[in-house]
Design a protein around this ligand. Sequence first.
Ligand code: NAG
Ligand code: NAG
Ligand code: NAG
Ligand code: NAG
Ligand code: NAG
Ligand code: NAG
Ligand code: NAG
Ligand code: NAG
Length: 780
Amino acid sequence: MPSSIHHVLVSLLICVLWTEPTIAIKQSYIVYLGSHSHGPDPSSFDIESATNSHYDLLGSYLGSTEKAKEAIFYSYNKNINGFAAILDEDEAAEVAKNPNVISIFLNKKHKLQTTHSWDFLRLKSNGGIRKDSIWKRSFGEDIIIGNIDTGVWPESKSFSDEGMGPIPKKWHGICQVDKQNQDKFFCNRKLIGARYFYKGFLASPSGGKGLHSVSFNSARDIDGHGTHTLSTAGGNFVANASVFGYGNGTASGGSPKARVVAYKVCWDSCYDADILAGFEAAISDGVDVLSVSLGGDFPVEFYDSSISIGSFHAVANNIIVVAAGGNSGPAPSTVSNLEPWVFTVAASTIDREFTSFVTLGDNKTLKGASLSELELLPNKLYPLITGADVKYDNASSKDALNCEGGTLDPQKAKGKILVCFQVPDDCHFLCRTHKGVEAARVGAVGIILANSDKDSGSGIQADPHVLPSSYVNFIDGSYIFNYINHTKSPVAYISKVTTQLATKPAPFIASFSARGPNLVEPTILKPDITAPGVDIIAAYSENISPSEQEYDKRRTLFNIMSGTSMSCPHVAGLVGLVKSLHPNWSPAAVKSAIMTTATTEDNTGGPILDSFKEKATPFDYGAGHIQPNRVVDPGLVYDLNITDYMNFLCARGYNSSMLRFFYGKPYTCPKSFNLKDFNYPAITILDFKVGQSINVTRTLTNVGSPSTYTAQIQAPPEYVIYVEPKTLSFNQKGEKKEFRVTLTFKLQSKDKSDYVFGKLIWTNGKNYVVGIPIALNNPH
Ligand SMILES: *[C@@H]1O[C@H](CO)[C@@H](O)[C@H](O)[C@H]1NC(C)=O
Ligand SMILES: *[C@@H]1O[C@H](CO)[C@@H](O)[C@H](O)[C@H]1NC(C)=O
Ligand SMILES: *[C@@H]1O[C@H](CO)[C@@H](O)[C@H](O)[C@H]1NC(C)=O
Ligand SMILES: *[C@@H]1O[C@H](CO)[C@@H](O)[C@H](O)[C@H]1NC(C)=O
Ligand SMILES: *[C@@H]1O[C@H](CO)[C@@H](O)[C@H](O)[C@H]1NC(C)=O
Ligand SMILES: *[C@@H]1O[C@H](CO)[C@@H](O)[C@H](O)[C@H]1NC(C)=O
Ligand SMILES: *[C@@H]1O[C@H](CO)[C@@H](O)[C@H](O)[C@H]1NC(C)=O
Ligand SMILES: *[C@@H]1O[C@H](CO)[C@@H](O)[C@H](O)[C@H]1NC(C)=O
C-alpha cells in the first residue's frame, strides 16, 4: 500500500536524519555461557549440539537461527562454552539478560609484545653440550609446544623434521591448509600442526584493514614475530645460523626435539575472540605447553580477559601456560598477564653484546649497540650533525631532532652522520628502524640514536639498521650533543659491529621489561621469573626485512629481536624439558621448580641489577633468573591445583556467575580461605601496619630423595620473620608438609621505598635449595 511505503520511507529518512549519530553500531562481542553439559571429552554429537544451542540462544534474540548463524563467527563448543558474534549494542544488552549468559564482552585487541642464550643458560659451552646440562637428559622429545602468535614460516630450518620420529599419538590437531591459497603452507613431523583464526580481527572496528598482499587463509607468518618465538621455544638445531654473519653459531629452541604448533591469532593486532579460539583449539589438540607472547595494554580483572579465561581452561587441562610480562617498563605496576595460573616472564640481558663504537673528533670513544652489517669507509671522519640542524624550514626542531619522517632535508644531511633522539618509552623497534630508513633516505651515511630519557636506564638494543648505526645510552648521548655544541666542525666515525662475549654484568633487567607490583591482585607476585629477552637471535619470516621497514629489501633467515616476547618462549622451551622428564607434574609444580631454583645473582657474583645499575627486586624479576640445569631436581615444590585457583577467585570476591567462566560446574566457595595462605611460591603482603604480626601458611610437596630441610630466612631489616616448624623431614615422594611463617613489622624504616624484600629458603644443606621471594610493604 502506498501509505505504508511512504511510512517506510519516512521512517528510513528519520532514521538517517535523526539517529545516525547514535545508530547502533555493530561490534563483535564474546558471549560466555555456563558449563557445557558434555564432559571433558565431547563426542562430535556433543560438539554439534553445543553449537546448535548457541544458534538457538542467539536466534531467539535475532529472530531466527539463520540470523544467528550469520552473526556467530566462533562457537566455543569444546572446553570453553560461549560464542563470538557481531551484534549491535541493543542486541548485546538483550542477550546479556539471558539467565544462561554469564557475561558478554567486546572483542578487544592485544599487542604483540639467538642463539647464544642457551650457552649463557649453561646448556652448552664451546659448541658442545655441557656435562651438567639438562640437555643431557632431555631435548623435550615428544612434548608438544603450541604458540599463540603471528603464525610460522614453515620453510625455516628451525622447523625441519630431520631426525624426528613419528608424530606422537596424543596429537589430535590439524595442519590447516586452504587449497585455494597458493602460499604452499605445510606441516611436517616437527611442525606438526597449524591453525589460523581471523574472524575476531575481521569483526573488529578496523574490519581487518591494515593487511596488504596477504591472504587470511594461512598460518604463514608474514610478520616474523611468531617464527622467532616458536623457534626459541622448540626450534630444531640449525648449524651456522647468524644475522649478517653476526652471532654465528648453532641456533635452537629450549626444547629442540619438541613438536611445535602455530596458532595464528595475530594479524595487525591480536583480538580476544581469536585468542580464545586459539586456546580452545590448543586444548583439544593435545598440546603440553603454550607460549603466549601477547598482552593487553592495561591490566584487567580476570573474568574480563580472554587470556585469563583461555589460560585457566588450558591449565585445568594440565597445559602449562607461559606468557610475556609486557614491555611497558621500567615504571612500577606495568606488568600484565597477572593470573596466578599463568607463568609470567620478565626480560633480561645475556652476556653477549653487539657493539659499534662511536669515535668523535675529540678522540672520545663511546660504546653503542648495533646489528647493521654495513660499514663506513675506514680511517675517515665524517661530518656529524643533529636532526634538528638538518630540518626542513617547515618542520619543528623537536620532530627533526627525533628524525621523524619528512622532517629532514637531504641537501643538509647528505654525506653526514646524523644524531637523532630516541625516546625509549614511546618509541620501540619499528620507530627506531624507521629513523634509520629516514636517515638513509636523505643520504646520511650513518645514524647515531641517543637515548633521550635519563629515567629509562641504560637500555639500548642492537637493531639491524639499513645503514651504519649506533644506539648510545643517555649519558653518552649527552656527551655527543655537548661535543657538537662546542665544536666548530664536529666529526665522528661509527665502527663496524663487533660481537662481545662474556660481558659483565649479565643478566641485568631490560629497561623495557614491565614491573610489579601486580595491579589486579597485589598479593600475587608478578612477574614470576626472568629469562633472556634482549638481542635474541632466532628464526624469522622471509616475507619481511629484519628492520620491518618496507624500504629495506634485505631478507634474513634469522633475526635479532628484544622483548618479553623473546624471554617468554625461553621459559616455554625450558618447561618442555621439565615436562618431558616429569610428565606427571602439575603446571604449578613445573612452575614452582623453575622459580625456586632461580638465581638472583649475576655473572659477577653480585645481585642482579636493573638497567639503572641499581639492585633489582622481585618486582623486576619475580623469583630471579632461570637456571635450567637445576630445575630437574628441585627437591620440593609449592603445588597448586584447580581447587586452589577457584578458592583464589572466591577470595577475590567472585560470585557464582563469575566463577562459572572458569569452572565447568557450580563451585561452592570454602567458608574461610585467606589469600595470604594461597600456596604460591612467593610471599607478598602489602597491608602491614607498624607493630603488626601476620601469619601465613604454605605447603611443600616432596619430589626429591628423602631429606631433612631447615628454613633460612633473609628478612629485610624492618621485619622479624619466624618459620614454624624450623625443620621438615620428607621420606616419600608426594609427601606434603605444612609450615607457618610469622612476619612482624618492628621498625620504622629510614628507607623511603614503598616495599622491602627478603627470601625464604628451605635447604637440606646439600643439593636442594628451595628459595622463594618475600615482598612486604614498608609503612612510613
Ligand atoms: C655459514 O653461513 C655463511 C653466511 O650465511 C656462509 O657464507 C657460509 O658459507 C656458511 N658456512 C657453512 C659451513 O655452511
Ligand atoms: C663465526 O664466524 C667467525 C668469523 O668468520 C669464525 O671465526 C667463527 O669460528 C664462527 N663461529 C662459529 C661458531 O661458526
Ligand atoms: C686524537 O688522536 C690522534 C692520534 O692519537 C692525534 O693525532 C690527535 O691529535 C688527537 N686529537 C685530539 C683532539 O686529541
Ligand atoms: C616541508 O617542505 C618540504 C620541502 O619543501 C616538502 O617536501 C614537505 O612536503 C613539506 N612538509 C610539510 C608538512 O609541509
Ligand atoms: C646543545 O644546544 C642545544 C641548542 O642549540 C640545546 O638545546 C642543548 O641542550 C645543548 N646540549 C648540550 C648537551 O649542551
Ligand atoms: C587440590 O588439592 C587439595 C589439597 O591441597 C585437595 O584437597 C583437593 O581435593 C585437590 N583438588 C583437586 C581438583 O584435585
Ligand atoms: C555477580 O556479579 C556481577 C557483577 O557485579 C553481577 O552482574 C551478577 O549479577 C552477579 N551474579 C550473582 C549471581 O550475584
Ligand atoms: C600466629 O599463629 C600462632 C600459632 O598458631 C598464634 O599463636 C598467633 O597468635 C598467630 N598470630 C596472628 C597474628 O594471628
